[in-house]
Write a protein that binds this ligand. Structure first.
Ligand code: GLU
Length: 519
């Protein structure tokens, strides 16, 4: 019987979600949607030492911004579901609230001989570690050492059993089998084998906080939630043998999910994992949204840096997956249709910040002038410009959008349309404000001011050029002189565009200002 596809994104709320984490969520989402299955969110918060307030909400908000909407685990208000319902049958979806579930599974493993109780204190473990290191060895809690440590395998039952009641610091550890080859299949990496002698007896459950560790909670929940594929980051590959062995120990092999470990995101230059520090150094975000950490430091987010969510999703999709064609632009629906684990690469995906910008520029071009105008209004407000005529602004946006990567660039490109230049670029001035040029430019200004027709680009452009050409004046030099007066620099829109957008009165004011300076 084929099972309904059910995949999950299972973040630990230990800080803001890195863009690699968003990519994991995205691939899970695409996989589920393509197969008509379910995409579930589960919060893995059993490690209370690493809990960071606000991280859970950040993760949900980030996914929501990207349009990665879970079918299960989070409700319409963006809250992690705590009470079971038809839509969310496995609630609560926060592992700390499922604590009652795991103990019996830990005990089942002990009773069936796959795990044992361990009573070593932190001091005893430190001493064992130090003794090993003194001999030049690394300590590992496994078949080589466990019989010399304090646990239910090394101690007589009469001695350890009472400790379960009298002590509150014991743990349940997995009894890693000796010299056994675990043969695993990964959907991306293929067949992988490992000998258990290199592995340790991982803690599965802790009496101290009555909570499971990641491994136990993860396997139990994936089983209970009927997960069919586990798609996660490569950093979890070393845990895979233990996870296989846990499925076997529970007797759940038949419904064990298939595994796919995604390649790392790599730094733009050199080797190694893409880190927050690379972002700081090279000035690009590595987080989806801004995050203010407890030291008052802000990590940059794609959203606040002006990226469109569609661009962010598209660029993430291409980091580690390729469609097998030349196509680069994909809407979410196109990604859902085209995605395939077979086309996810084994090797790390190098992040290219220029490509990220390229994507944003492409998506900006696809937006309507109306939408861009709406997005520009808050940017203007941040610069103190309010109540601008919308029809006029629409015209401005349509003229400048081709040059912009972000909506915020509109301001950098065209602030001179809103405020007169307060200074003039020195280099440009030295180059263009030669007396023989600006005298001519001022004559052109007089021609414009005397122009009697309606002030539109169409009406003005032809006569203006004819006038300059008719006088056999140097077109480029004269235009650049004028542009310098109007813009403050020698780059910007065509003169006829600028003049019609700022209007005759403002044009006159700027010409007066330049006359006062030059003449
Ligand atoms: N809680 C783990 C994490 O934070 C989940 C790993 C998994 O998907 O199995 O990445």
């Amino acid at each position: 019987m084929t099972r309904r596809t059910r995949v999950r994104f299972a973040p630990s709320p230990t800080g803001p979600l890195h863009m690699g984490g968003v990519r994991t969520a995205l691939y899970n989402y695409l996989y589920a949607k393509q197969k008509g299955g379910d995409f579930i969110i589960r919060i893995e918060d059993t490690d209370s030492n690493r809990f960071v307030p606000g991280a859970e909400q950040y993760i949900i908000e980030a996914l929501n911004w990207c349009g990665i909407i879970p079918d299960e685990g989070v409700d319409e208000n963006g809250k992690v579901v705590e009470t079971a319902s038809e839509k969310h049958p496995h609630a609560p979806y926060r592992q700390s609230q499922r604590r009652g579930i795991y103990r019996k599974y830990a005990e089942q493993l002990v009773n069936d001989g796959f795990a044992y109780y361990a009573f070593d204190t932190a001091e005893e473990l430190n001493a064992a570690r130090a003794a090993c290191e003194a001999n030049g060895q690394t300590f590992i809690y496994n078949q080589g050492t466990r019989m010399s440590l304090r646990n239910s395998l090394s101690m007589p039952e009469s001695e350890w059993k009472p400790l379960l009641e009298t002590r509150t610091d014991w743990t349940v550890r997995f009894k890693m089998p000796e010299n056994t080859v675990v043969a695993m299949d990964d959907m991306i990496r293929g067949h992988v084998e490992i000998n258990t002698d290199t592995l340790d007896d991982k803690v599965l459950w802790k009496r101290a906080d009555e909570l499971p560790t990641y491994h136990l909670a993860n396997i139990v929940d994936d089983h209970l939630m009927e997960i069919t594929e586990v798609i996660r980051g490569e950093e979890w590959l070393p845990s895979l043998p233990l996870h296989y062995l846990l499925y076997q120990a529970f007797g759940w092999q038949d419904t064990m999910p298939r595994f796919a470990h995604l390649p790392l995101l790599l730094k733009p230059v050199g080797n190694g994992k893409l880190s927050k520090r690379d972002g700081d150094k090279m000035g690009f975000p590595v987080f989806p949204l801004n995050w203010l950490n407890s030291e008052g430091e802000t990590y940059h987010g794609y959203r606040e840096d002006g990226y469109f969510p569609e661009a962010f999703v598209n660029l993430l999709a291409m980091l580690g997956w390729n469609p097998g064609t030349e196509q680069e632009m994909f809407s979410m629906q196109e990604l859902i249709d085209a995605f395939s684990i077979d086309h996810v690469s084994k090797s790390g995906a190098k992040f290219n910040p220029d490509k990220a910008k390229w994507y944003n520029k492409e998506y900006l071009r696809l937006k309507s002038d109306e939408e861009l105008t709406e997005a520009f209004i808050p940017v203007l407000a941040a610069h103190g410009i309010e109540n601008v005529d919308k029809a006029w602004l629409l015209k401005v946006v349509s003229l400048i959008k081709e040059r912009a990567t972000f909506v915020a660039d509109f301001w950098t490109i065209a602030s001179y349309l809103f405020v007169a230049p307060s200074e003039y670029n020195e280099k440009d001035a030295a180059k263009f404000w030669k007396e023989e040029n600006y005298k001519l430019a001022l004559k052109v200004a007089d021609f414009i001011l005397a122009f009697e027709g309606e002030f539109t680009k169409e009406n003005l452009e032809g006569p203006l050029e004819e006038y300059i050409r008719g006088n056999e004046w140097p077109m480029g030099k004269v235009m650049n002189c004028l542009r310098l007066a109007l813009v403050g620099a020698s780059n910007g829109l065509g003169i006829a565009d600028i003049v019609t957008l700022i209007g005759k009165d403002e044009f006159a004011r700027r010409i007066e200002a330049i006359k006062a300076k030059l003449c």
